[in-house]
Ligand binder design. Structure first.
Ligand code: ZN
Length: 186
């Protein structure tokens, strides 16, 4: 943060405000404390009969890899509305939310994913501007090695483990240290 978004001053101090316990950007001009908190990413795991709808990304990062439709929650929007909107934008698909399926923490980049299990209302879908391809996959066809993000892989794995339609919410976390330890080539 270089400038105060309240008064435009460049005099920002990264310090612990009185009564707080961690450092914040504090404007020396207008004394505004700029709190920074994680962002929510909301999306769907859209199902149609025994198949799952997945999009191939037409944007960076991870251009050309597959991902469940998801994106940043907007202001004045509920998490369900955001997940439905992202699915409409990326896959031109209309879904009905069944329930919250998974929560996935990415503490190193300050993001939290919420994936909702959702039912496609009909068989109509096509590429939105952020997708190269949109396809329905049977569980056997899922391109595991070409998935863009671990949040989608986690949601899909937990869904497929769920043969008895167990209604719990799955909670997972990505730790970059673990990832690097398991993949020494990266
Ligand atoms: Zn200021």
């Amino acid at each position: 943060m270089n400038y105060c978004s309240h008064c435009g001053s460049a005099q920002l101090n990264f310090s612990i405000p009185e009564g707080d316990n961690r450092a914040r950007y504090v404007c020396q001009q207008c004394h505004t404390i700029h709190y920074q908190n994680p962002k929510l990413v909301v999306g769907c795991l859209p199902v149609f009969e025994d198949k799952i709808l997945i999009c191939k990304r037409a944007i960076e990062p991870r251009y050309g890899l597959w991902n469940l439709p998801a994106g940043y929650l907007e202001n004045n929007e509920t998490v369900e509305q955001g997940a439905i909107r992202e699915t409409r934008e990326e896959a031109h698909a209309n879904v009905e939310i069944i329930r919250l399926h998974s929560i996935y923490n990415l503490p190193h980049i300050n993001q939290v994913y919420l994936h909702f299990l959702a039912r496609l209302k009909n068989h109509e879908f096509s590429c939105g501007s952020e997708s190269l391809e949109v396809r329905l996959f049977t569980p056997e066809q899922i391109p595991w090695s070409q998935m863009a993000f671990s949040s989608s892989t986690f949601a899909l794995k937990k869904y497929l483990e769920n043969t008895t339609n167990h209604p719990g919410v799955h909670i997972g976390t990505f730790y970059p240290e673990d990832f690097h330890r398991k993949s020494p080539k990266r």
